[in-house]
Write a protein that binds this ligand. Sequence first.
Ligand code: NAD
Ligand code: GLY
Length: 361
Amino acid sequence: MDKLDVKINAKSAYSYPIFIGENLINNVYKLISDNTKAKRYLIVTNETIYPLLGKKLASNNSEFIILPDGEIYKNMETLIQITDKALEMKLERNDAIIALGGGVIGDMAGFAASIYRRGIDFIQIPTTLLAQVDSSVGGKVAVNHTSGKNMLGAFYQPQAVISDTSVLKTLDERQYKTGLGEVLKYAFIEHTCSAGKDFNFLEFLENNQNNILKREDKTLCELIKICCTLKSAVVNADEKEKGLRAILNLGHTYAHAIENLTNYKKYTHGEAVSIGIKMVFDLALKLNTVTKNYYDRAVNLLKSYGLLIKTDEVFDKEMFYHVMQGDKKVTEGKLKIVLPNGEKSVEITDNIDKKIILSGI
Ligand code: NAD
Ligand code: GLY
């Protein structure tokens, strides 16, 4: 088992561990009880995950809330169901909420933990690749609103993250590939993350493709460890996304518009992200911020993992831009784009001409 420590804000003393390994779920309460003083737990999960993993977490000190499965349920109504269940259980201030699921469950359970009795402990047990490499780390918790994704939320860090690679075996191929969309983004931002060490993650992904696609545990542990180290370096420098943290959204400004304009039905988040990453690379090539060589390498990597790189939708360009502007990453009306600007590095820009931004749509 690997253990990473995520330090939040260099000046604060707060940090939490991320445990990464195979079959950690079989002994999960030892890891949990080492990291919280909670006596009782509310486990938030969904109808797909409960039959797969519920038994492993059943205990005399815990109760489950089993939610319907899907992004469409990531809303205030479901959030209230979670807090109602916590109230019904009379969960106390020093008890804890456990998120057992993908990013949807993690984001909602974390938000519920942040508001229940003004905040109780929260443990993440991410069960999708996307959640293990991204959403379980860094404390962004939220629900969607009709006006947009993740519009209501908070920054609320967990007490611990427990990432077990063995649980990824039951993920269907589409969801696994969805996670790979977020994985590949780290290869293109690695240098800008300033993690203090060179992981050569782009080369790692190029060289370990078979093992990664086969979900081989040791390779996955290494992959998750690198992604979480890169992410935690960024979160450590900029927890509340005042600047640097926006680089984790490479491709996301396009992706959010694609998801929104297809009513969150046609593409998973990670599929929209891989399309969005290709779109920002197209933009970078047009703006000459990357070489054709590096552009080809990036596009080949996306293709070689079988990720989506284009949409067959015909979008109205003005509408697309309007929706991009509705993204939370807009400040004073300026559209921020995370732009590749060299090998493995990106910059955050807000001065790209609208015509150029829209030319690839
Ligand atoms: P998800 O949570 O909807 O899970 C995808 C599907 O896989 C669901 O049907 C789920 O029931 C199923 N599933 C989960 N674990 C499984 C397992 N082990 N075996 C079989 N099936 C399993 O989707 P996701 O991709 O994990 O997360 C997407 C969400 O994460 C979005 O809401 C997005 O906004 C959010 N997100 C948050 C952050 C953050 O920093 N908080 C970052 C990225 C994405
Ligand atoms: N997934 C983007 C972030 O955590 O900031």
